[in-house]
Design a protein around this ligand. Structure first.
Ligand code: GLV
Length: 372
């Protein structure tokens, strides 16, 4: 390799992946703190002439950043699948490709969504507290509380991209009916394949009843489901014809059954939190399990922390992809860290003949489409 590239990394992505860069004689500087670096520092680093910037979902990457890197910054490589923190229009204007880490976190994220759904419905948190606080005084058929089963119930999957499809596979193993909704694309081939599997299981006597999967309208999904799991990206108005900001507002929450549960592992702002807190307080729905929030970390005064709804509101620290291999493996086919550094290397070392449109993890290919 002829040139020693300089890379600034806004969060520690693990020694194994960083060493992939160091072994290629890259000069790598990692922000040492666990919190996000101040934007001012990112700007300073860029002005000092780094070639590559490794970021994550808590860094705001916009025109100011691209301007600071003008002339030297060649790539922004994000360790996350979601990239709503990166202003795509600004990246395109400055002609800087940015990459993300899809696929490698699909299974970890979808299994976590299923686990928190189950923890919520079967009251695992309340049950463990009972034991830990020495309040477990008897075995009783229904006291002090009961949970809701998952098996045989109806799950609505809102967004049937990679992670939505993965949770559908898991729900199929749990003998659930599935209602699908996607604002952009209906993957009927996938849905047909799942129906075939369900039919096969029924034929062999593995299901008591014939289980189904189908695409429906958002309204039908919400009205009929026992569980609703959100898997759409955050899209702000103006970014596309199908914005998802506050998609789950008061109107939609009121459509859900009072016995239904909501799970969000996508992005916090897809749900209007004030409306959700009201829905939980007034019991329009039975509960919610949330891994993502409008503001992260969750502010101390968030209405979601209201002790009055603590029995029906499970809160997690944006943790869905937080499996050891998923987060840190340096193998680009297994770990976010590996895929993140490989995306960076592809751009800096001009893999794929230097054609960004052919690089698998470059997001903003439209900025480099020669026909455009
Ligand atoms: C996590 O939320 C991600 O987008 O990877």
């Amino acid at each position: 390799m002829s040139k020693s590239f300089r890379v600034f990394v806004t969060c520690d992505i693990g020694e194994e992946a960083l060493n992939v860069l160091r072994d290629r004689r890259y000069q790598v500087e990692v922000y040492p703190g666990p919190q996000a670096p101040p934007k001012k520092l990112i700007l300073e680093k860029l002005r000092s002439g780094v070639d590559g910037l490794i970021t994550t979902l808590r860094d705001q990457i916009d025109a100011e950043v691209f301007e600071a890197g003008k002339g030297t910054l060649k790539v922004v490589s994000q360790i996350a699948v979601g990239f709503d923190n990166i202003n795509r229009a600004d990246a395109n204007r400055y002609k800087v490709p940015f990459t993300h880490t899809p696929d490698v976190l699909t299974e970890a994220t979808s299994e976590f969504a299923f686990f928190i759904l189950a923890a919520l419905a079967r009251k695992l948190w309340d049950a463990e507290h009972l034991v830990r606080e020495n309040r477990w005084d008897y075995w009783h058929p229904y006291l002090p509380f009961l949970g809701d089963e998952v098996t045989g119930k109806t799950m609505a999957v809102i967004g049937t991209g990679r992670i939505g499809q993965a949770i559908i596979k898991k729900c199929t193993g749990f003998d659930m009916h599935i209602l699908c909704y996607d604002p952009v694309f209906q993957n009927t081939k996938f849905v047909d394949a799942i129906q075939e599997i369900k039919d096969l299981r029924y034929k062999h006597g593995l299901y008591q009843e014939r289980m189904t999967i189908k695409y429906v309208t958002l309204e039908d999904a919400l009205r009929q489901a026992d569980y609703v799991s959100i898997h759409v990206p955050l899209i702000r108005p103006g970014e596309s014809d199908t914005p998802t900001l506050h998609l789950f507002n008061e109107r939609l929450l009121r459509m859900m059954k009072p016995t239904a549960y909501l799970v969000n592992t996508s992005r916090g702002p897809v749900v209007d939190e004030a409306a959700l807190a009201k829905a939980l307080r007034e019991r329009w729905i039975a509960g919610a399990a949330l891994d993502v929030f409008e503001q992260e970390p969750l502010p101390a005064d968030s209405p979601l922390r209201d002790p009055a709804i603590a029995d029906r509101c499970r809160l997690f620290p944006h943790f869905a992809s937080a499996g050891k291999i998923t987060r840190l493996s340096a193998d680009p086919n297994r770990g976010m860290a590996g895929r993140c550094v490989q995306g960076l290397i592809d751009v800096l070392e001009k893999n794929y003949g230097g054609d960004y449109t052919k690089m698998p993890w470059v997001v903003n290919k439209e900025a480099f489409n020669r026909a455009a």
